[in-house]
Design a protein around this ligand. Structure first.
Ligand SMILES: NC(=O)c1ccc[n+]([C@@H]2O[C@H](COP(=O)([O-])OP(=O)(O)OC[C@H]3O[C@@H](n4cnc5c(N)ncnc54)[C@H](OP(=O)(O)O)[C@@H]3O)[C@@H](O)[C@H]2O)c1
Length: 301
């Protein structure tokens, strides 16, 4: 489905072009990621869709090609629930010296109990540990590129409701779907802020983006058919995935400081994107989290 006239007008006002740039978006076969890629194509970028399901990715690419027949859209396989898939994905990029100007970690999961292939609790494993592992591998490579790189991690407004308890990090005492998701996004936000400091004097700017509230398969599929139907009916109340995908383009058009958060401007849940406040919970406690994360990953690799 083509971008709406409203979106096109909003993007045009930014006065930006991505001609000659390569934009990689993980989880771009669906929802916010798909729309992020669509806008990148509109702005003239070459696109890399990093997706776990080849069939879904190809169907999404077909849809985009109809709208942008001359576009360069590459698909790379990436399953965040499997660290060895991240190894193959990054090896592919390194071996083929793939040039990337904008890297968006968008893929994520919600309300999915169980464990990843490596034994991490599913939501924390996919939304946090996988992005941590991937970032530690890809950022040193991106740092060698001779141009500026924008690196974005997708958090959620619910990060501000989360708490980190290292004694029961995986909620083994009592599993709570929402709290696990919120914790995964707070960890990702803390880590992203830490990365922005680590790469402060480099070619890489690190940002956190979030979609506010948008009806996509992420939430709609989580609770069964009744909620799915309700979500379908309520979708006009929330941001469209298209509007929720515009944070990246706001960042590109402004000279924002690395470490900024961008998301919808109305209660950080609805509307067009603006810079959001970076809270204390994001700025503090990274050292403990990094130490913990390193140890958890070392237990697996
Ligand atoms: N929608 C919201 O209101 C909302 C609010 C706050 C934050 N977010 C965040 O926004 C991001 C995009 O979500 P969305 O709402 O657009 O949901 P979505 O349409 O369900 O998209 C999620 C994408 O992530 C992919 N994915 C899930 N698990 C993966 C894995 N193990 N490896 C690789 N890819 C995986 C999915 O692939 P498959 O299609 O194969 O499942 C899909 O492409 C997520 O990080 C989410 O947490 C969304």
């Amino acid at each position: 489905m083509a971008l709406t006239k409203k979106t096109v007008n909003w993007i045009n006002k930014l006065n930006i072009s991505l001609k000659g740039k390569t934009v990689l978006v993980t989880g771009s076969n669906s929802g916010v990621g798909f729309k992020t890629v669509e806008s990148a194509l509109y702005l003239g970028a070459d696109v890399i869709m990093a997706c776990r399901n080849k069939k879904k990715a190809e169907a999404a690419r077909e849809e985009l090609i109809k709208e942008y027949p001359n576009a360069l859209i590459q698909i790379l396989q990436l399953d965040l629930s499997d660290l060895s898939s991240i190894d193959s994905f990054t090896k592919n990029i390194f071996d083929n010296k793939i040039d990337i100007d904008i890297f968006v970690n968008n893929a994520g999961t919600f309300h999915k109990s169980g464990v990843t292939k490596d034994g991490f609790e599913n939501v924390l494993g996919t939304n946090y540990f996988a992005v941590y592992y991937l970032s530690e591998k890809i950022l040193p490579y991106l740092e060698t590129l001779s141009h500026k790189v924008i690196y974005c991690n997708t958090i959620s407004v619910v990060h501000k409701m989360a708490k980190i308890d290292y004694d029961d990090f995986y909620f083994t005492r009592k599993y709570k779907h929402f709290a696990v998701y919120a914790r995964s996004k707070l960890c990702l936000a803390k880590y992203s802020y830490y990365l922005s400091k680590r790469y402060e004097n480099s070619n890489i700017d690190v940002f956190m983006i979030h979609p506010g509230i948008s009806v996509t398969p992420l939430g709609a599929n989580a609770f069964g058919n009744t909620v799915k139907k309700l979500a379908g009916l309520m979708k006009w109340v929330f941001n469209s995935p298209e509007k929720s995908s515009l944070s990246l383009y706001y960042i590109i058009s402004k000279d924002l400081q690395t470490g900024s958060i961008v998301g919808p401007h109305i209660f950080e849940a609805w509307g067009y994107p603006k810079e959001n406040r970076v809270r204390k919970c994001v700025k503090e406690g990274a050292d403990e989290l990094i130490k913990f994360s390193d140890n958890e990953i070392k237990k697996i690799i």
